[in-house]
Design a binder for this molecule. Structure first.
Ligand code: 6R9
Length: 630
C-alpha cells in the first residue's frame, strides 16, 4: 500500500430536524465529546455505574501496552444486567424478544420475565451436561429465540460461547470447534432459508469427526416427523430443558473473565478467535445501544444481522437487552417470498430503530422503491448501516425511501475486535453521505501514515484508534502474537487494517481493507480460507483469490486456479470447484468467477501477490512490484 494518497472529497450535508438532537440521550455531540475528553476515566465510570455490579471495581483500568484490564476486580454478570435488572423493575412484563419466522403466522413473543425463565432453564440444562465456568460451548443455530437463549444461558453460568454462523459448512465449523476446544455443540435439525431446509444437524455431524473435545450435541428439533437422534452424543433440546430445574442464579463473574470467542477471517488461513471479556464488553455495548442508537423505553429495535457475527452479538443480544429494549429477530431473508417482506415486518411490529448492511440496501435499490412504498414505515425514527462503506448513492436512497428524508442514518464503523461502535454520526448531527462520521465520545480515532503521523485532510492513510477502550478484544485465542500485531504495527496505536480519509471537519470516510480480506455482502472472507478450500480439491495445484468490485455485493470472490497435471480446464470443473468451496466454507465464500491460469504472480519468498492480480483485473497500475519473482 502507498503510504498516503490524495482522495477527492465532495459531499452534500444533511441536517436532521433539531428535535432529534434535543430529544436524544446524548445531546450535543461536541459537548458530549469535550465532556469525555476533560476526564475520560470519569466518563467510563459514569457509564458503568448505570449498570449493576455485584462488587464495584477497585480501579477503572490497568493499561500496560498492549494489554488492558478494565473495571479491575469488579464482579458482575452480563445476563443479570440483560435480564434480572429488568425483571426486578417495571419492565418485568415488557416484551424483550419478538421472533418472526419465514411464514406469515410464525410468531413468538417473550417478555423479559419469560426470557429470564427460559435462560435459567437452559443454563441448568448445560450444567447437567457438566458444563462449568470457563468451558466453551459452540452454538450453530438458525435465527430463532433458542439461539439467543443459548447464548445467554452460557453467559449465565460463565461458559464461553463460540457462535458459528449457520451459513458456514462442515470444514469451517470443524476448524472453529477445534480451535475453541468446544465441549458441547448446540444446534437445530434445520434452519429455513427461502422455503428450503438447511440441514444444520447433518453438518454438525460431519464437523465433529476429528473434533475430540466435543462430548455432546444438543439438537433442537423443529420438523415433523422428528429427525431421529442416532449417535450417543446427541440429546434433544426440549427434553434436556424439561428435566432442568428452573432457578439458576447468575454466576459471579470477574470483569475480565472471558464472555465469548468469535472467529473472524484472517489473511493467513487460520481464522482469528477474537476474545471478549465480561465487564468492558457489557459497558461498551450498553453505552452504544443507549447513546448511539438512542434507545428509549418504547423502541422496537431490529438489527438484521445474524447472531453469528459481532453485529448480532452486540446489537441483537447484549447491548439492546442491557438497555432494556424490545428486540425483533426474524428468520426471513430480505427477498423471500418477495422483496417487500422486511418492510411489511417493520409496519407490522412498529419497528422504530432499523439496522442493516449496505449490501441489503443496494439489493433493495436494485429491485425498486415500489416495494418499501407499499408499507407504512412511519414508525421508523433511526436507521443504521454497518459492515462496509455505505456509498453516497445508497445513503441517499436509504435516507429518502426508507427514512422518508427524516430519519438520521447511523453509518457505524467498528469491528469484531472493537466490540462496539467506534465511529459514526451521532443522532441529530449533520450527516455526510459516504462518511461514517467522527469518533463517538469515549473513542479517539485518527487517520495516519505508516509512522503514525496524522495525515492532512483529504489525504488517505491508515485508520487507528489512539487509546484503549473497555470493549476492546483482549487477545486472539491461541494466537496472542497476532493480538499484539494490532497494537504494535503503528505503536502505541491500535491499527484497524482499514484505509480511510478525514475531511476538514474531522469526518472520516472508510475506504476499505488495507489487507487481503474480501467483504462479500457484508461478510468478511479471508482470501486464504477460500484458497485453501480450492486447493483441497484434487484437481487444484494452486489458487489465489481476490475481491472484485461488485455492484450488489460490494465485493465478489474471483479465483485464479492452477490445475494439476492431467486435468483440463472445463465448465464442468469450474462448477465443481465452486460447489467444493460452497460445501467447505459456505455459500458466502463461493467464487463468482474462476480463471484457469498457468502461473501466479509471487514474491521471491513465495507469497502470492494478490494486489498484482487485482491490478491486472481492474486495469490499473500494480504499484511497487520490486518483490515480484522473475
Ligand atoms: C461490525 C463489523 C470489520 C470491517 C472493518 C471495515 C468494515 C464495518 C463499516 C466498515 C466502512 C462502515 N466495516 N463497518 N467499512 N464503513 N460503517 O462489520 O465487524 O465483521 O469484524 O468487519 O468491516 O473494513 O474493518 P467485522
Amino acid at each position: 500500500m502507498a503510504e498516503s494518497f490524495d482522495v477527492k472529497l465532495e459531499s452534500k450535508t444533511y441536517v436532521p430536524d433539531p428535535s432529534y438532537k434535543e430529544a436524544s440521550n446524548i445531546g450535543d455531540y461536541n459537548e458530549a465529546y469535550n465532556h469525555y475528553l476533560k476526564d475520560p476515566d470519569a466518563f467510563w465510570e459514569g457509564m458503568a455505574q448505570e449498570l449493576t455490579w455485584f462488587k464495584p471495581w477497585d480501579r477503572l483500568k490497568e493499561w500496560s501496552h498492549p494489554y488492558a484490564k478494565w473495571f479491575v476486580n469488579g464482579k458482575t454478570n452480563i445476563t443479570y444486567n440483560c435480564l434480572d435488572r429488568h425483571v426486578n423493575s417495571e419492565r418485568k412484563n415488557k416484551v424483550a424478544l419478538i421472533w418472526r419466522g419465514e411464514e406469515e403466522e410464525q410468531e413468538r413473543i417473550f417478555t423479559y420475565r419469560q426470557l429470564h425463565r427460559e435462560v435459567q432453564r437452559c443454563a441448568n440444562a448445560l450444567k447437567s451436561l457438566g458444563i462449568k465456568k470457563g468451558d466453551t460451548v459452540c452454538i450453530y443455530m438458525p435465527l430463532i429465540p433458542e439461539h439467543i437463549v443459548a447464548m445467554l444461558a452460557c453467559a449465565r453460568i460463565g461458559a464461553v460461547h463460540s457462535i458459528v454462523y449457520g451459513g458456514f459448512g462442515a470444514s469451517a465449523l470443524n476448524t472453529r470447534i477445534r480451535d475453541a476446544n468446544a465441549k458441547v455443540v448446540i444446534t437445530a435439525d434445520v434452519g429455513y432459508r427461502r422455503g428450503k431446509r438447511v440441514p444444520l444437524k447433518t453438518i454438525v455431524g460431519d464437523a465433529v469427526i476429528n473434533a475430540p473435545s466435543v462430548e455432546k450435541i444438543v439438537v433442537l428439533r423443529r420438523t415433523k416427523p422428528q429427525l431421529e437422534l442416532v449417535s450417543e452424543m446427541e440429546i434433544d433440546y426440549h427434553e434436556l430443558l424439561q428435566n432442568a430445574s428452573k432457578d439458576c442464579e447468575a454466576e459471579v463473574m470477574d470483569a475480565e473473565d472471558p464472555l465469548f470467542i468469535l472467529y473472524t477471517s484472517g489473511t493467513t488461513g487460520q481464522p482469528k478467535g477474537i476474545v471478549h471479556t465480561t465487564g468492558g464488553y457489557m459497558v461498551g455495548t450498553y453505552y452504544t445501544s443507549k447513546y448511539v442508537f438512542d434507545m428509549k423505553e418504547n423502541d422496537v429495535h431490529w438489527c438484521t444481522a445474524d447472531p453469528g457475527w459481532i453485529t448480532g452479538h452486540s446489537y441483537i443480544v447484549y447491548g439492546p437487552l442491557a438497555a432494556g429494549a424490545t428486540v425483533l429477530i426474524t428468520e426471513t431473508t430480505p427477498d423471500y417470498p418477495d422483496p417487500g417482506i422486511w418492510w411489511r415486518i417493520i409496519e407490522e411490529f412498529g419497528v422504530t430503530i432499523f439496522y442493516t448492511a449496505p449490501t441489503a440496501i443496494r439489493m433493495f435499490m436494485k429491485v425498486g422503491e415500489e416495494w418499501p412504498n407499499k408499507s407504512n414505515l412511519d414508525t421508523l425514527r433511526i436507521i443504521g448501516s454497518v459492515g462496509e462503506p455505505l456509498n453516497p448513492e445508497a445513503f441517499d436512497w436509504y435516507h429518502r425511501v426508507i427514512g422518508k428524508s427524516q430519519c438520521p442514518i447511523l453509518d457505524t464503523w467498528w469491528q469484531t475486535e472493537t466490540g462496539m461502535h467506534m465511529i459514526t454520526t451521532m443522532v441529530g448531527e449533520p450527516m455526510k453521505p459516504g462518511f461514517a462520521g467522527r469518533p463517538i465520545p469515549g473513542i479517539q480515532a485518527d487517520v495516519v501514515d505508516k509512522e503514525g503521523n496524522p495525515v492532512p485532510p483529504n489525504v488517505g492513510g491508515l485508520l487507528v484508534l489512539k487509546e484503549p477502550w473497555p470493549s476492546m478484544m483482549r487477545t486472539v485465542h491461541n494466537n496472542d502474537e497476532r493480538y499484539r500485531q494490532y497494537w504494535e504495527t503503528i505503536p502505541p496505536y491500535y491499527t484497524a487494517g482499514d484505509l480511510a480519509v478525514k475531511d476538514k471537519d474531522g469526518y472520516i470516510m472508510v475506504l476499505g481493507r488495507a489487507d487481503d480480506i474480501i467483504i462479500v455482502a457484508g461478510h468478511n472472507i479471508g482470501t486464504a480460507e477460500v484458497e485453501s478450500a480450492l486447493v483441497s480439491h484434487e484437481a487444484v495445484a494452486e489458487a489465489a483469490v481476490i475481491g472484485k468490485p461488485d455492484v450488489l455485493k460490494g465485493q465478489a470472490v474471483k479465483a485464479f486456479v492452477i490445475l494439476r497435471l492431467g486435468y483440463e480446464p472445463s465448465e464442468k470443473l469450474r462448477n465443481e470447484l465452486i460447489y467444493h468451496v460452497r460445501m467447505g466454507i459456505g455459500p458466502i465464500a463461493m467464487p463468482s468467477e474462476i480463471d484457469f491460469v498457468p502461473s501466479l504472480p509471487k514474491t521471491r519468498s513465495g507469497k502470492i501477490m494478490r494486489r498484482v492480480l487485482k491490478a491486472q483485473e481492474m486495469g490499473i497500475d500494480p504499484g511497487d512490484i520490486s518483490t515480484l519473482e522473475e
